[in-house]
Design a protein around this ligand. Structure first.
Ligand code: ADP
Ligand code: MG
Length: 538
């Protein structure tokens, strides 16, 4: 079916204008096929994958059908979770931007019921709520269902997964006979079809076929990795691509928890999302995700489904998904609305067969890529740094800096020496090659600054009190990264901009290597062995 234009759908001017403001250029397939029959008053079953615009598919005709002169409740939308209820009501608010007389209210558990009751009393034509809370209000008679003309079950598969079947049925039984019932879902189970048989009247079945499930505009790659190397592979990719926002999928809740812990230990801003989290925790995570204080969201399929987050640059399949359809849902989270996106899948051994099935199903190629080596990471970062230098050379006046360089040339250095030294100073911060460390260590014990005792070596770290670093952050980082027990460490002296920590000689190499690839308080750490005379800090 052609992608219809919204203009050709006989929508009210207010809605058309709102759609224009939202930046929608044309209908998505589910919208093209579902909106006309809903406007005609038919019951509809709509099936299409996550991210295909199901909300507007029922939202637009729902708003068109509301009688603005009547303040009673006219439409009830049931959603599986509080996040989704909020998301759907946000989409509704955008759609009714120019409809001044329509009121929408999300109602869900966790929010004080009194406040909802007050809001409901003011006259709300549409509520968007979770089944539990909607039933609660019905029992209290704070929701009057007698004028309801439209019921919507959004993300029906998920609601059933979450055990809401009875609640849904209880609610549907109470709605007056004369009404429209719409059901939208990414997948359709026999259980859903049971519900539609009982509660829908000769429904129009709109299914957007699998072929269109394929998400365009996404580069898809896989890496052949060993299980134990996945974490390194992930962090390396993150370091290289430096995504603003990445979504990492694991197959189980436990995997999510473990990965989040490991990532946080390495100083990444990561949070997890899965079914075991209590509502306040989920809210907190989503809040952080929306305001950009998380760079990595680690999630299970069910937890991530239906959550609408834009601007995901990269999707990682930390585990190959069990179900082919999951793969499509997962990677559909990036490259939305015409943006380009990337999807990387970590594939262990025989999982390549699963991946082949996925390729066949999605009719796309997932291309094998070699994991970047540490040298690649370094080269990439050096190039980035050099690009920045080129920008500065192009744009800025460097007069006063020139003077400084000139004065150094008075000390018998050439401009080339100074430039090279500056480059080394900058790049060594993320240099991962450990030959310089070995050089340092092999210089011999005499040159090393003995810490508290003969056996300790003092290590300089370029983070300190100003970065809000505490001794326990240092101990934690060294313990996590280098596997050195905290109690093995000697004195830790924190200064404003740097820290000295005494490390047993036997652990020195491990600590130095680990610190080259680690962040403390999200700052890339630069570690050096403190030597006796050479440097001003020491
Ligand atoms: P679904 O419920 O199918 O998972 P959503 O309704 O959450 O999908 O929509 C996903 C995203 O796509 C939202 O950000 C929504 O605003 C956007 N969207 C919906 N319809 C269109 C359209 N016709 N053109 C562009 N973007 C759209
Ligand atoms: Mg949805």
């Amino acid at each position: 079916m052609e992608h219809l234009r919204f203009e050709d759908m006989n929508l009210s001017p207010e809605i058309c204008r709102a759609i224009l403001d939202m930046g929608f250029e044309e209908t998505t397939p589910i919208q093209a096929e579902a909106i006309p029959p809903i406007l005609e008053g038919r019951d509809v079953i709509g099936q299409s994958q996550t991210g295909t615009g199901k909300t507007a598919a029922f939202g637009i005709p729902c708003l068109e059908n509301i009688d603005e002169t009547d303040r009673s409740l006219q439409a009830v939308i049931l959603c599986p979770t509080r996040e989704l209820a909020i998301q759907v009501s946000e989409e509704f608010r955008k759609l009714l931007k120019y409809k001044d007389n329509i009121r929408v209210l999300p109602i869900y558990g966790g929010q004080p019921i009194d406040r909802q009751i007050v809001a409901l009393k003011k006259g709300v034509q549409i509520i968007i709520g979770t089944p539990g809370r909607v039933m609660d209000h019905m029992r209290r008679h704070t929701l009057k269902m007698d004028h309801v003309r439209m019921m919507v079950l959004d993300e029906a598969d998920e609601m059933l997964d979450m055990g809401f079947r009875e609640d849904i049925e209880t609610i549907l039984v109470k709605v007056p006979a004369e009404h429209q019932t719409l059901l939208f879902s990414a997948t359709l189970s026999p259980e859903i079809l049971d519900i539609t048989k009982r509660f829908q009247n000769d429904p129009v079945f709109v299914k957007i076929v699998r072929k269109e499930l394929t998400v365009p505009n996404i580069e898809q790659y896989y890496f052949d990795v060993k299980e134990k190397n996945k974490l390194d592979a992930l962090t390396r990719m993150i370091d290289i691509y430096d995504p603003k926002l990445a979504l990492v999928f694991c197959n189980t809740k436990k995997r999510v928890d473990d990965l989040v812990e490991a990532l946080q230990g390495r100083g990444y801003f990561a949070e997890g999302l899965h079914g075991d989290l209590k509502q306040p925790q989920r809210d907190k995570v989503m809040q952080k995700f929306r305001n950009g204080t998380i760079e990595l969201l680690v999630a299970t399929d069910v937890a991530a489904r239906g959550i609408d987050v834009d601007d995901v640059d990269i999707v990682f399949n930390y585990d190959v998904p069990q179900d082919e359809e999951y793969y499509v849902h997962r990677i559909g989270r990036t490259g939305r609305a015409g943006r380009s996106g990337k999807a990387f899948t970590f594939c262990v051994g025989k999982e390549i067969y699963k991946l082949r099935d996925i390729m066949r199903y999605t009719k796309t190629k997932i291309i094998q890529q070699k994991l970047p080596t540490l040298t690649d990471v370094e080269t990439m970062k050096t190039n980035l740094f050099l690009d920045q230098i080129r920008e500065i050379l192009k744009e800025e006046r460097l007069g006063s800096y020139m003077d400084t360089v000139e004065s150094m040339m008075g000390e018998e250095y050439t401009a080339m020496d100074v430039a090279a030294a500056l480059l080394k100073y900058n790049i060594s911060a993320f240099k991962v090659d450990d030959s310089d460390i070995l050089d340092d260590i092999n210089l011999g014990g005499t040159e090393l600054y003995g810490g508290d005792s003969e056996k300790m070596v003092r290590v300089f770290l370029n983070v300190g009190k100003k970065q809000k670093v505490r001794a326990k952050d240092i101990v934690g980082a060294i313990a996590n990264e280098a596997g050195v027990p905290g109690k093995a460490l000697g004195a830790i002296n924190l200064y404003d901009d740097y820290t000295f920590v005494d490390v047993p000689h036997e652990y020195l190499r491990d600590v130095m290597v680990a610190m080259k690839n680690c962040r403390i308080k999200n700052k890339k750490v630069h570690a050096e062995i403190a030597k006796k005379e050479k440097n001003k800090h020491r």
